[in-house]
Design a protein around this ligand. Structure first.
Ligand SMILES: [Zn+2]
Length: 268
């Protein structure tokens, strides 16, 4: 990796000691207020306006772009949870009936409830709290080379058709004194994938959240995914996939950094 040579002088040389210190609790002020690296504008400053960029990546209570009903899901009692599942199931019965099905035939008997639970699972990412997701995995570390995790499997739901899209996410960043436990990158991708999504927004949200958590020199996220709404409806040929990317900070500003990333992904 040649990331070191591409970059301007670092603010601090590596002092030769390795002492990861967990940073907790993750406070809003720490995430948002004290950007010590002017080369990494916050995503809020570098992206055009959209629902993503108009709202901060992480709310005061740790939720990240929660849906309107996310907090009521989080705070619900068991009884309320049961009621919610029942209402979804009853709506599914309506759908099945309207599709001409007999909801009383054996194969479908418990399908509405099963579907309700499945949908709650597929959208559980709205309820995730970013502090729980990253836990004690933000470390002070003088590593300043590109970190890449490739081939993170993602399963999400297209919000236009409510059918799955799935594929691989590749996440890279160049640290600025903070690194995140590697498994947490996958966890972060999962948090945003388990929602109703469009692939472009999913890509952007992962990048922006990572930017907010680490204040790194740059973040890059590439997602390659297959959309059931495309491949199973004959709009496009089977096997077609969609690639989206989001580059922030030095990945956006410096062609060399971007190229190094794409080379390491094997697409250059
Ligand atoms: Zn779709």
């Amino acid at each position: 990796m040649s990331g070191k040579n591409d970059e301007p002088a670092k603010s601090e040389p590596f002092n030769g000691t390795y002492s990861p210190k967990p940073i907790l609790p993750l406070k809003r002020s720490r995430l948002a207020g004290d950007d010590t690296n002017p080369s990494f504008g916050t995503p809020l400053q570098t992206r055009v306006a959209s629902p993503c960029t108009l709202n901060p990546p992480i709310d005061n209570d740790g939720l990240s772009w929660p849906s309107r009903g996310a907090r009521s899901r989080i705070e619900q009692t068991q009884e309320e949870a049961n009621g919610r599942e029942m209402r979804i199931a009853s709506a599914v019965k309506t759908i099945l009936t309207e599709l001409g099905e007999d909801v009383d035939r054996e194969g479908l008997l418990e399908t509405p409830e099963r579907y309700a639970r499945a949908m709650l699972y597929f959208t559980k990412g709205y309820e995730d709290n970013i502090r729980d997701v990253i836990k004690r995995a933000v470390f002070e570390e003088n590593h300043d080379e590109m970190v890449i995790v490739r081939d993170i499997e993602i399963y999400s739901l297209c919000e236009h058709h409510l059918v799955p899209f799935f594929g691989k996410a590749h996440i890279a960043y160049i640290p600025n004194k903070r690194v995140l436990g590697l498994s947490k990158l996958a966890r972060l991708a999962e948090m945003y994938a388990r929602r109703f999504q469009v692939q472009e927004r999913l890509t952007k949200q992962i990048a922006m959240a990572l930017g907010e958590i680490l204040k790194p020199r740059g973040v890059a996220v590439v997602i390659e995914a297959t959309h059931m709404c495309m491949v199973s409806r004959g709009v496009q040929k089977t096997g077609s996939s969609t690639t989206t990317s989001c580059m922030l900070g030095c990945f956006r500003d410096q062609q060399k950094t971007r190229e190094e990333f794409l080379t390491l992904l094997g697409r250059h």
